[in-house]
Design a protein around this ligand. Sequence first.
Ligand code: ADP
Ligand code: MG
Length: 242
Amino acid sequence: MVERPRLEADGLVRAFDGRRVVDDVSLSVGAGQILCLLGPSGCGKSTTLRMIAGVEHPDAGAIRVDGRTVCNGIDWVPPEARSVGLMFQDFALFPHLDVAGNVAFGLSGTKADKRARVEELLERVEMSDHIASWPHELSGGEQQRVALARALAPRPHVMLMDEPFSGLDNRLRDEIRDHTLDLLKEEGTAVVLVTHEPDEAMRMADEIALMREGRIVQRGAPYNIYNAPMDRAAAAFFSDIN
Ligand code: ADP
Ligand code: MG
């Protein structure tokens, strides 16, 4: 039996003021796979992720998580019940909870189980020393790392990442990105990663999808897209990789 993709989206459409900013987007991602969504600013990447997360309503199309329909024009599963995590750069922490409280927020189980999970995740994002700190005591980059840990904590089956690493300085960015994506792979999460860094996409992606003006215009293995870009604009995107 062929394993079902963890995430399937079919024919997603979203228009604002009569303009289709997402125009018939379909994608699927298997367990432990990373799909990188690349494309110029305004081409519809964030809107696509927001529809999958359930914080934006599609005008048309269907979304399934582990084969279960979460949205198809009739059925609607709310964001918190989809097992879909969404991470983006400006994700704010809860100011009234300390770091441990923030990371434990979406967790169920015994106190000891939750504590173990919180400690594991803070180690991944190199924030163990700050387990009892308050958000206002942390730098922006530190807050972002805690927000990453919080998004990972409930083990969502699908993780949508909208340039979540872009606010971090270089060394931290590479390390935390690698730790985070390794963890997601180990846990069998299906990942959609939006990035504007071509070398990040080449290194991390199992598949790349190029988006333009609301549509996916090319998709394939990183190596294939790099070697056979569909046009000059696609080639230009990869040209500064060294
Ligand atoms: P990307 O993430 O690829 O930069 P977005 O999905 O954020 O692109 O936006 C795609 C287009 O849709 C942009 O032109 C943006 O201005 C427009 N857009 C996004 N959200 C809204 C909204 N709530 N109302 C009106 N226009 C929007
Ligand atoms: Mg965006």
